[in-house]
Ligand binder design. Sequence first.
Ligand SMILES: *Cc1c(COP(=O)(O)O)cnc(C)c1O
Length: 702
Amino acid sequence: MIASSTPPGGRLVFVTGTGTEVGKTITTAALARAAALRGLTVQTIKPVQTGCAAAPDGTPIGSDADLYREACPNGAAAVLDFYPVPASPHYAAGLVGKRLSADSIAAAIRARQADADITFIEGAGGLLVPLNEAETFADVIAKLPGVQVVLVAANILGAINQVLLTLEALRARGLEPAALVANQSNPAVTMDDTAAAIARDNLSVYRTVGKIPVVATLSHHAALYGEPVELADAKADNEKTRHRDSDRADAWDDASAELQTVVDALTASPNDDNEEEEDVLRQDAAHLWHPYAKTHPPTPVWEAVRTAGTRITLRDGRELVDGMSSWWSAIHGYNHPALMAAIREQVATMPHVMFGGLTHRPAAELARRLVDIAPRGLGRVFFADSGSVAMEVALKMAIQYQHATGHPEKRRFLTPRGGYHGDTIGAMSVCDPVTGMHGLFAGVVPEQIFFDKPACPFHGEFQPESLASLEEAFRLHADGIAAVVLEPVVQGAGGMWFYRPEYLTRLRELCDRHGAILIHDEIATGFGRTGKLFASEWAGVTPDIMAVGKALTGGVMTLSAVLAKDAIAEAISLDGVFMHGPTFMANPLACRVALASLDELFTCHWRDRVRHIEQELAAGLEPLRPAEGVHDVRVLGAIGVVEMTEPVAMDRLMAFFVDQTGAWLRPFGRLIYTMPPYIATDDDIRTITTAIQRAVKEKAWR
Ligand SMILES: *Cc1c(COP(=O)(O)O)cnc(C)c1O
């Protein structure tokens, strides 16, 4: 596997097999001895052992740890968990009412990682032996960053198929085996000439077809397969015991000598974490540009090496609780197994194919699903690459529609101040003119017509006067307006402002009266974030065009979609073709993972989750209202905002959050805000709200 993601501590080596009884334990023990002979500190871990009784002191009797200790007396050996019934771990654990999980096993291994230069971990049985109803040992491996995998197979007729299947399963999870050990020892097979020829051919197939870099053989060491030495007999049969002990020691020496090439491979790659981190940060500072950032001097960044659930892990091993959902997108948390599985399945058949003239199931199915769940009447779906591009598409649709219906003079957009719609030139033109730096881009960004942001707060009374500026804009410019563009109910990156849904109802009427298209940008608000599936539902309004993105793929891939009323598509089609077609339009991987994300959304009780998060955020943030420097506190759905009276020192505040609170938050302007993943636990939310409370109270934002 890739050594460059090795976290602090020693190397991890996971020994897995093509099945049970292939010689994993002897291989693991011999590898441990070989590594110890190099002067490395070694430990060997069996995470779960079955078929093992407990001694009166609670330790397992006759576990694999005994063999590890025999082979490698200087190394530590541990069985982390054991069960009496000799069966698959999920079954044996289930019999005593326990449920194993990849997370807890991986965490237990990582907790010991720093205890030795190299840690050998022996799985149970083959790679896909289950731990519970959803996870296998492969999931444990995937949760051990930097782990190297050694595959053990019996070197007999029929092994090739098992090896190649296991390789496919490893590679489907992004894992490359560092080495394969072909175990020649199989009591059921007599090593005659034919068997020996087959065994030799197996090895060459592993190298050629399997593309495994190191293939080693482990001979049949008879002494290692003998009866265990009976210590009780030692006195009576002293000579024989000593003899057998020394036989076994010799056999361990021979076995570990055979595995030297494997240990060479396992220890060949550099494992200096500090050097690696500096390397990444140095290259980053030398060559990268980050979002809204300077390169001189470079804006500080942290290196993330791993994500899982609600956690982001940094190179130095620190785990941060995610308060941002990677900018509204990772609603189910990171590395969700169902989403990962969907992508793996899709990548195995068709990662991408052009959408001009071709179609495919992921796109067709996703379009149908989006139409089903979107506000009634949006029957047509155009896929694009990102939120900004979706907005370009939406704006172009409005212009083409007006042209097609005999209004070529309607070419401008009407949009509220405080909006945010993306960073491409067209999308920028409808962003807030001040925060969107329209001055800087004057003459390049088309000039649109702005009206006051919807002033009536979500949690206040609706005030019809809040529409005055909009009505005035219509009065002055009605004949030239192609569309009104806005974010329904929640203005996101432009100010995290929540306003009354009635505003949208009135706006809908005004658009109809003036022949303007209504475009709702639901890129941030879509898929449950505000407490409704789409924010438009707060007002029961169907826009003519709606853009979604961000959470569409659950934060895994970039994809956006523009949904339009059929009438719009029909009108444009009567006039000509719609003038847009990205190269990666409807990318099958992205569509497939979006389908999995929707499935997950509708099984995860998002409405209850979001409502609960709303309560927790309110409980954690409302107390800040009277605090010094706080202008306002707002919570809606799974969005929590503390607006300060002055702009915050973003870099300093982010460092405070990382170093002092363990929360991942990225404030901007006067806003300290959070939109956690829907899977966030009460503890996660408390970590986030406590972090924000401390930032305010300790004045870390100044
Ligand atoms: C993020 C965002 C966009 C832009 O999406 P990108 O994928 O970053 O291009 C557009 N509109 C809204 C409301 C957004 O929050």
